[in-house]
Each structure stands twice: as structure tokens, then as C-alpha cells.
Design a protein around this ligand. Sequence first.
Ligand SMILES: [Zn+2]
Length: 391
Amino acid sequence: MKKITTLLLISLAAYSLEAQTLIQAYKNRADQVSQTNVTTLLQEFQTLGVKTTGSAANTNTLNWLKAKYQSYGYTTSQITEDPFTFGNNINSKNLIITKTGTTYPNIYVIICGHYDTIMGPGVSDNGSGTSIILEAARILRNIPTEYSVKFIHFSGEEQGLQGSAHYADNVVFQNNVRQLNIKLVFNIDQVGGKITNNNNAIKCESDQDGLAGNNAQSLAITQQLANCTALYSPLQTVMSNTYSSDYVPFEQNGDIITGFYENTRSFNEHTVNDTFANVDPTYVFNVGKAAVGALQHFAVASTSLLGTSEAPVHALESVKVYPNPAKDVLNIELPESIKKFRVEITDLSGRLLITKENETKINVSDLTGGAYLCTVKTGDTTAVRKIIIEK
Ligand SMILES: [Zn+2]
């Protein structure tokens, strides 16, 4: 017994040591998560409606996801579907995007989250995780990783993990024989926060149920997830336990799992209130940075700053709009170099309410209380920020 404990401690120490130092290339890529992209993805997710598994909106969302991956440059051979049927002939599909590793092409790091929703558009549960997986895939497409990566969007989660169970039991395993070797499963579910909460921390979830006997590895991986969160995002971390999401069917088959879940729960999940107006896009942006940092660590991404086609973050990404919430005046803070710009404020249905040229103090006293979008444009680049007007 004692011997086992010592070995375990040594392996845990080795695990956490590798994650302790910041890798500049990883940070640069984590910083490529774009607030504008995240905000736009969350809005588009809202527009797709209530994505009940098997519904037309559910299929439309699958097609929206596929189009995103194609626009990022993923090829047809990298994009596969996993169709499944359950209940009273309900049909849906998981979407799997595979990026092949350089050293361990047959060992996979899975980053996943569900895209189906119930009752509402599910902008937090789980448009937030969906948006982060998309940003991670966009940023890392051309970055070599030693391990293969699968970006997976599950459906049927809200009906009892139907999609992930199908994938774990019929793709990862076939007739109880393992077909895919998985290093770990990193699930992201409901990280939207609530706009009125102080969303400064994220729950890092480890497996504590003891079914598969791999709790120690899950804890070690989750500690690395927390370390990466501290290194690559401004968020604090809270260690927690895995619970009722798409990692569970993998865990039941013996795989090592970890996950992110919002620390201060919105309680908007599974209601009509899980909308863009109620989520905190800055929180999703910060969780995205943590996820991109951690995914690079798990998949052992190239640490080289040179020789890759890494697009610089455009100048407008640093735009700050404050205070938020605002009452009468909204301040726009831009990089010094930008002199000519346009500010547009629209409501959430896209109706243009205010337009100003080259003004950094915007009078918003005529707006009624609620959520709006503030778009700053210069040349052909734009930055989009969600703002709250409080009256
Ligand atoms: Zn969920």
C-alpha cells in the first residue's frame, strides 16, 4: 500500500512539473482567441434557435459548425460525422474534426462539448463551449502537435449523453474492443457565466467517482489544466468534480477525463433565459484563452515561435469599452495609432441606434436599459463588444 502511494506521488509530481512554466508560443496562440470572434459566434449560436436533438435547428447548427471548419481551412477528409439514433427514432449527428499528430498520430487528445440545447437557444449551455472549441481549432489548425487532436461537437447531451455515449461505445470501442487510443478527454460545458455575476474563476473538474480506477490520472491532468489556466488566462481556478456531461461515457470505458464548468453558476441552463443577452462574452473569451493554453500543453504543440503561419492579432482586438455597465457615457479606448474609426451601437436584433466617427466618448443617455453591441470599425477590421446599459 505504502509503495503504491509513493509511486503515485512521484508520478503526480512529474505531471505537475511539466505544466509549471509559461511557454511563450503557447501564450501567443492563447492570445489569438478573439473577443470579436467569440461574441459573434455566441450571437450566431443564439440565432440558430432552440437546438433540440433531432430538430431542424439541431441539423442547421451541425451544418453551421461544418461551414466554420471549412472556412478555417479544414479539409473534407478531416471532418467526419457520427450519426446516431435513440428513443422514438430520434436522429442526430456528432461532428468530429481530426488534426493528425506528428509523433503520436494514433493517440488522441479530445476536446469536446455539446451543441444541442433544450428549452432555449443555450448560448451558455453550450454555445460557450462550442465557441471555444471553434476558436481553438481555428488558431491551432497549422500548429504541429505531437499528439493527434479531435475537436468533437456532441449532440443528444441533454437527453442523457446520447451522442457521446454513441461515440464512446461505437467509435472509440467497437464490440467492446478499443479502436482509438485516447490520451485524455477535455470537455467544456456551460462556461457562459451570467452578465451580472463577477465571473473571475473557472471550475476545473476531475473524476472522483472511482468507477474506472483512474482518478489519480484525472486529478493530475486536471491540476495541469488549472496550471495552464493560471498561465494563459486571467482566471482563478477552483478544483471540482466531473458531473453529468459528455466526458462520462468515456470515463465509464476507462479513459482519463477533465473539464471546465462555470464557477458561479447562472442557473439559466435549460431555460428560455439562456440567451446572448444574459451571458458574459468576456468570461467566455477568458475561458477560451485557458482552453487554448491547456490544449497545446495536452497535445504537446510546437514551442517554436518561428516557421509557422501565425497571424498577428489585429490592432483592434485591444479595444476597450467602458464602463460596462454604462449609464450616460461610453468611453472607447483604442491603440494610439488608430485615428480614424467609426463606432456603431446596435440592439441585439441588429438595429443601428448610434453611429459616431472618431469619437471616444459616446453619449448613450438616450438608450434604455439592457444589452447592446458596440462595434468599432477601422479600415476593414472590426471589434465587437457586448455592453450593458443600466438605467
Ligand atoms: Zn450542457
